[in-house]
Design a protein around this ligand. Structure first.
Ligand SMILES: [Zn+2]
Length: 365
């Protein structure tokens, strides 16, 4: 069924190939890519008893191996491990850590045509047909997703800052022409649960390796969720792994929940920690009501980040009494409905029981 509004639930993007350079996971230039719906993959996995997208992330992480690196005393991921990681990204995309944390981006003001915006009638009264005015452009996230908004700066009292120089169209408005009352370029971003104002060069530039450093403040950064965004967006390897590990930890902590009479005080504390972690990871997701072509409504959960979608998938699994546990034999994380389960598979159960038998035999002798 098609919807009136274009974005499917949890629309995300994956490049065909990724590589890792200078600590950043990034799409291979010119590799191409596509939009897909992570929720569709989740539904298919659940239907067919296959690992869900977030389980496949944990599985990939559990296979990463470290080896001595060329610099003395240091360790690094093996080439095979890094390939596993970039292969995973080619199947699912990056986690969306930057749009996940960002609430508002105020871009550096640029000269834009006055005609067509609220200054249009004023400019028309001057009898001129081409006037450029400074435009405030913002990238804003709302419940329906990301939006680019633009409005001209209107300076009260002093009049309007404007130019007729056609060559200036799209260029950055010089600092000396900017009024003190104008909002400064910058980012409103979530830092460990607190909203902070940060500069574009600190908060956004590290995620766009092709933006030259002299443009780190003034670059016209792309709107999250668009192809242009995904093609230029990279993610630091350490942040990728730490955030994925946070999700895994949250679910393992929540896996300690048991009926009241069986749960220990420390397990109860762990469950509370897991709950706070998982809530925070799912927090950028908010509901949206989508009218359908057949005249009905559908409740949708647009998500500005893949990691947010994964946190939300895990919440639905927990509600369905699915738990993330770690296999006692191979240490692989696995999702199960049986909270007392110890092993990920029949094979590991067999190995585990053999080990227990040997242990008991040793104790007897
Ligand atoms: Zn196992």
């Amino acid at each position: 069924m098609t919807t009136l509004y274009e974005p499917a639930v949890g629309r995300w993007w994956r490049a065909e190939r990724y590589d890792i350079r200078e600590g950043l996971i990034r799409p291979v230039e010119g590799a191409g890519g596509e939009f897909y719906d992570p929720w569709e993959e989740y539904g298919l996995a659940r239907e067919n008893g296959l690992p869900t997208p977030y389980e496949s992330l944990f599985e990939m992480m559990s296979q990463l191996e470290l080896e001595p690196s060329s610099s003395e005393g240091a360790v690094a991921f093996s080439a095979r491990s890094l390939r596993r990681l970039t292969d995973w990204c080619a199947g699912h995309g990056l986690l969306g850590l930057l749009p996940h944390r960002t609430r508002l981006v105020t871009l550096t003001p640029r000269w834009r045509r006055a005609e067509g915006n609220i200054l249009g009638p004023i400019v028309a009264s001057w009898g001129k047909d081409y006037v450029l005015v400074p435009m405030l452009e913002e990238l804003v996230v709302g419940s329906g997703g990301w939006l680019r908004t633009g409005r001209p700066y209107i300076v009260g009292g002093e009049g309007i800052v404007a130019t007729e120089n056609r060559e200036d169209e799209g260029r950055v408005v010089p600092l000396e022409l900017r009024d003190k009352s104008w909002p400064s370029p910058g980012v409103l971003i979530d830092v460990k649960g607190r909203l902070q104002n940060q500069s574009l060069s600190i908060a956004w530039h590290p995620y766009f390796p092709d933006v030259p450093s002299h443009e780190s403040e003034s670059h016209p950064y792309p709107l999250p969720g668009t192809q242009r965004f995904f093609e230029s967006y990279a993610e630091p390897l350490d942040a990728f792994l730490t955030t994925a590990a946070d999700l895994r930890r949250a679910l393992l902590l929540l896996g300690e929940l048991a009926p009241r009479e069986e749960v220990s005080p420390s397990a109860r504390q762990h469950v509370g920690m897991g709950q706070r972690l998982l809530d925070a990871l799912a927090s950028p997701i908010s509901p949206s009501i989508w009218p359908q072509e057949d005249g009905t409504f559908r409740l949708a959960w647009p998500t500005p980040s893949l990691i947010g979608a994964y946190a939300f998938m895990a919440m639905r699994d927990l509600e369905g009494q699915q738990r993330l546990l770690v296999c006692g034999v191979c240490s692989r994380p696995f999702v199960t409905k049986a909270y007392q389960a110890k092993y990920c598979s029949e094979k590991c159960r067999h190995t585990g029981q053999k080990r227990a038998q040997r242990q008991r035999a040793k104790e007897r002798s």
